[in-house]
Design a protein. Sequence first.
Length: 358
Amino acid sequence: MFHILNILHQLGHRVTFVPDNLANVWPYGEELQKRGIEIIYHPYFKKVRDYLISHGPEFDAVVLSRCDFARKHIADTRLCAPRSRIIFDTVDLHFIRTDREAQITGNPQTREKARQHEELEFELIDQADETWVVSSVEQKLLREARPGKSIEIVPTIAEVPGSKAPFALRRDFLFIGGFQHTPNIDAVLFFLQKIYPIVSKRLPKAKFYIIGEKPPPEIVALATERVIVAGLQRDVRPFFDGVKLSIAPLRFGAGVKGKINQSMAFGVPVVATSLAIEGMELHDRENILVADEPEDFGWALIELYESEELWSQLSENGIRKTRELYSTETARKKLEFLFSDEHLRGSEQFPGVSAREA
């Protein structure tokens, strides 16, 4: 979202960011304001609805990001910003992620939660004028389910700094992901319990860094001298500049995994499950290593850790693929089109709306 806001501003749109909790959180809010993006926050407004009542008519387009927040604000947006195009940014399809979790856990409450998410997300798609997804897999699913709706891909965005150190100067490996996201908790526990014993026997000196906000007690409890729970890191560059590889042992989830294209953008190859690379146009042993069974995953990690030839190939190809699919320049081209008069003229719902403001 940080990249999307910046790109829209660079394209000449007047951009306002309204956080759901109306908090101007440092340093992110300050960084947006430095770039000329308006932020709405306490104490100037007490409710998002208050802001919409005052300023809704000014907007040509409103992007509602994530289903839980879109649900809270879509009715007020439609009422208070009657001439705006309403865009539902899914980020990922929550019902797919939750349904896959239910398949693994067998938890009936999770299954019911998936059903509720599916119902909600399709209601929002029906109410919105356009829906954004991050992968061709999700676009195909929604276009088949809602053939009359505008379903567009806005890719996950990553800066692509490239590799800063050769294979010979690197060691260790990492996992990155926030732990308020259930798939990340499951992935790390799955790795430590089923895969890490295989890896540690062959690579006894390699350290495993777990980076991400709010690691739960069950992960913190597994920390050792070689399993380092690093928590939230404001600057992850030193980690990516020093490790040999990163892992994405996800067993459920949806959308495009930012942990993968972030790693590849730094030239750090990834070992991932097939689910983790869904919709990313990545291929085993070309720009990533893919393995689903614990033993296969462990040995793939070991091979990548020890083979300079394989590492160099995946590093170079990963940077190239990330730049092609997920760079800010790629996203800029797509957003420029989506907010162009050409795209709007093609929409029956909004034949006369200007693309002046977002």
